[in-house]
Ligand binder design. Structure first.
Ligand code: C2E
Ligand code: MG
Ligand code: MG
Length: 785
């Protein structure tokens, strides 16, 4: 249940879904990579611009601090030099000057002049007047030279100033300068306290100028590195410690040192401005959200787009897969692919191709390829002495006749029925393959190691196979009888051989079985090879012989009065070394390799030329010349045209030409042959049915064909009067001929007794040694004279 659910909804169940998912993932990956790249570039740019902004803020703070303090220092120095130069004795007036300065510049908390021994004698608002400040650092340092001090909490002035809302004391920054008279003697120290809050203002106003509005923090350290200003969250105690522990991932920080080049005393403060990295890079987060949205859209678009396109692209594959599912080879035999774990069309097609490559679609048996693999395995097993093996090639007898007469559908049914009958005979570990039209191969392994016993086992199996053909096969249209010829070979006889050699051996053995009358088992032996080679050599010699070494022999055909009515043309092969070769020997070979077509053409041309040359002879112009025509010749699509051409080319009278067909000619493609006969008949050509009585002609055939003559086979004539059965066959043939209005001729008439008996039975045309043996034209003509 669960598995079925997964199969149904798995994105991998179909090629189309797989494509879509793959492209969706591709789209997402592409989006992620683009996001990464953009972030990388953005981070670099944002960091740089944030750093620039911080740097400019730090610079501005440092500059403003330096500038302001320098100005304050100058102011204090100016008043100091004024006091020194004018020897101001009027402290009231001096206080007024200091008050006005303080009012003009609210940074000042207090300005005061003290005597060289540290007693304040003039001060803003009169504060600390008369108070001894000799212990204060500003006085001590200021007496030595220009002084600029670090911030400190209010001490002496504390009681005059209001504390902050939080109760904190005012913090001051001290500026002091020695006051010297014209002669350079120190007459006092002028000191000023600047409100430390002023630094906060400088910082705030600098921050207000920032273009970026992200929050930043400012830290200020004095020359020693101690923090003068730092956020309460800062844990480092001083600049040095901060430098050691600074966290670059958390903060983007810039450092700027103040410098007052024109001032005699330099502050050397360090301004640190920093911004949280997350704040500085916050646009990246926004961008990321956008990009992720885009990525999701991209993935979806790719997936949906591919789903649409793939629908068309993979359609042929899906169709192929459906066809593969329905293929006959997927049900009934072996694995059923439709039910197997195949939900992907490519896998299905792949398996289908695999099956097609290894199995015969009609019978479901393994094919030649697999057979070769198994055979190779059996041969290896033989080499490592794991028992003997045997190979049997089963070739159905006359299958092509059934195929041609009953149709291929019936042929297919028979093959399937044969496969079904052979399958149960297969022993464990053996193989049954279909290797050709009507050929099946058994590979038997694990037979007895003794060659004699193994041969006995294999022969017994061959006879079981042979027996299995005895019962008729039940086909759709009814029962069908069929025999088989079997070729067998034992693997121990050729342990080192190749697979193809073994197959050739069984083919040879089958050939031998066919040639010796079919429906039997022949075991391969080495002489077969030699016989085959001899056959091949014979065939080659025949090829070389046609038509130069061929001769035409004539045998007379006579009527009841022994008057010649014509002759049968019989081919002869005058071999340069072997002498005269009988047509009975070479015609079957020529029929097999197709040479018969050339021979037939040559014979027909000879006959027509001869007819033409006798045209003016008052007697011979009446003679009819018979030419034997084989099935192969008649099967040629252009046979009718060829005959017409020869007739036209030689100018022979078609009425004087008779074509002798055997019943076997009719076995294949009856309809086609009958049609051709009618076309030739229309020209005037006659037909005789040769060797009549030996084949399987039925009356219905005879009625359809434009036959002129039946030729009683010489085998019946030979035993005429001796064998009762032959006499009755001859009588029947004659009666048949008469009833169909055909003339009847007997061949192989050797004696007067035979002739008399035939005449008595009603046959009045004869051919045979009694009238003349086949002979070359001159001998034939002379013999008649
Ligand atoms: P077939 O057409 O039945 O020819 C008759 C055969 O009987 C001939 O044998 C002939 O010599 C032989 N014969 C005739 N009278 C007698 C007789 O009184 N006694 C005996 N014992 N035999 C007699 P042949 O010439 O050896 O030809 C054998 C077969 O070869 C022919 O049988 C025919 O089927 C085939 N053949 C011969 N020439 C040709 C040809 O040009 N084309 C084709 N397709 N087949 C041919
Ligand atoms: Mg003949
Ligand atoms: Mg004959």
């Amino acid at each position: 249940m669960r598995a079925r659910f997964i199969q149904t909804f798995s994105p991998f169940r179909s090629l189309r879904a797989r494509f879509a998912v793959a492209m969706g993932i591709f789209g997402i990956t592409l989006g992620m990579v683009m996001t990464g790249l953009i972030e990388w570039r953005l981070e670099e740019g944002l960091s740089a611009s944030a750093r620039d902004s911080l740097q400019s803020t730090a610079g501005e703070i440092a500059h403003t601090l330096s500038d302001s303090l320098e100005t304050r220092q100058h102011e204090v120095a100016l008043i100091g030099s004024l006091v020194g130069a004018s020897q101001i004795k009027d402290f009231i007036a001096l206080q007024e000057v200091l008050d006005s300065l303080k009012q003009r510049q609210p940074t000042y908390a207090w300005i005061g002049l003290s005597s060289p021994d540290g007693v304040v004698f003039a001060a803003t608002d009169g504060l600390l007047k008369g108070v001894n400040v000799s212990e204060r650092p500003w006085f001590i340092q200021g007496a030595q030279g220009p002084f600029l001090g670090d911030p400190h909490d209010a001490k002496l002035l504390a009681k005059y100033l209001k504390p902050g809302a939080d109760g904190s004391l005012s913090r001051f920054l001290d500026v002091a300068i020695p006051v010297r008279n014209n002669s350079g003697r120190t007459i006092g120290v002028l000191g000023a306290h600047l409100y430390w809050d002023w630094v906060h203002e400088v910082v705030l106003s600098s921050l207000a100028h920032r273009v970026q509005k992200t929050p930043v923090e400012v830290l200020i350290a004095n020359q020693r590195g101690d923090w003068l200003l730092s956020p309460h969250t800062e844990t480092s105690k001083n600049l040095t410690e901060w430098r050691q522990t600074v966290d670059d991932d958390r903060f983007l920080s810039v450092v700027q040192t103040t410098s007052t080049p024109t001032s005699p005393s330099d502050l050397k403060w360090t301004v640190v401005v920093r911004e949280k990295t997350t704040d500085a890079l916050s646009p990246i987060d926004e961008n990321r959200r956008l990009m992720l949205l885009l990525t999701a859209l991209l993935g979806t678009a790719f997936g949906v787009g591919t789903w649409q396109i793939a629908g068309r692209v993979v359609r042929p594959i899906v169709d192929l897969a459906d066809a593969a599912k329905n293929h006959a080879s997927f049900s009934g035999h072996g694995t059923d692919l439709a039910e197997a774990k195949l939900h992907d069309e490519t896998m299905l097609v792949g398996q289908a191709l695999e099956r097609l490559a290894r199995f015969d679609p009609l019978t479901g048996l393994v094919n030649r390829r697999v057979l070769k693999e198994r055979l190779a395995g059996a041969m290896r097993a033989k080499a490592s002495s794991q028992g003997s093996s045997a190979v049997l090639l089963v070739n159905m007898d006359n299958f092509s006749v059934l195929n041609n007469t009953q149709g291929h559908e019936v042929g297919d049914q028979l093959l399937q029925a044969v496969a079904q009958r052979l399958l149960p005979l297969v022993r464990a570990n053996d193989t049954l393959a279909r290797v050709g039209g009507d050929e099946f191969v058994f590979v038997m392994t694990g037979l007895d190691p003794s060659p004699v016993v193994a041969m006995h086992e294999a022969s017994a199996f061959a006879s079981t196979v042979s027996q299995s053909f005895k019962a008729p096969f039940e086909l759709a249209h009814g029962p069908c009888q069929c025999d088989a010829s079997i070729g067998m070979t034992m693997l121990q006889a050729n342990a080192d051989g190749k697979v193809d050699d073994v197959l050739k051996q069984v083919e040879l053995a089958v050939l031998e079985a066919k040639q010796s009358g079919k429906n039997q088992t022949v075991v391969y032996d080495q002489q077969m090879q030699e016989r085959l080679l001899a056959q091949v050599a014979f065939e080659q010699a025949l090829r070389d012989a046609v038509p130069d070494q061929l001769q035409v022999y004539y045998q007379a055909q006579v009527d009841a009065q022994a008057q010649v009515t014509g002759a049968e043309l019989l081919v002869r092969w005058q071999h340069p070394t072997h002498g005269m070769v009988s047509p009975a020997k070479f015609i079957p070979v020529a029929e097999q390799n197709g040479l018969i077509v050339t021979i037939g053409y040559w014979m027909l041309s000879s006959a027509c030329r001869q007819i033409k040359s006798w045209q003016t002879d008052p007697i011979k112009c009446q003679w009819v010349l018979s030419v034997n025509v084989s099935a192969k010749e008649l099967g040629q699509p252009d046979y009718v045209e060829t005959v017409k051409e020869i007739l036209a080319g030689t100018g022979a009278n078609p009425q004087r030409l008779k074509l002798e067909l055997t019943e076997s000619t009719l076995a294949s493609d009856m309809q086609g042959v009958v049609a051709k006969m009618h076309q030739l008949k229309a020209l005037g050509v006659r037909f005789a049915l040769d060797d009549f009585g030996t084949g399987f002609s039925s009356l219905s055939y005879l009625q359809q064909m434009p036959i002129d003559q039946l030729k009683i086979d010489q085998s019946f004539v030979r035993d005429l009067g001796v064998k009762g059965s032959d006499t009755s066959i001859v009588r029947t043939v004659i009666a048949l001929g008469q009833s169909l209005g055909l003339s009847v001729i007997a061949e192989g008439v050797e004696t007067a007794a035979q002739r008399d008996l035939l005449a008595q039975l009603g046959c009045h045309h004869y051919q045979g040694y009694f009238y003349g043996k086949p002979a070359p034209l001159e001998t034939f003509v002379q013999g008649l004279a």
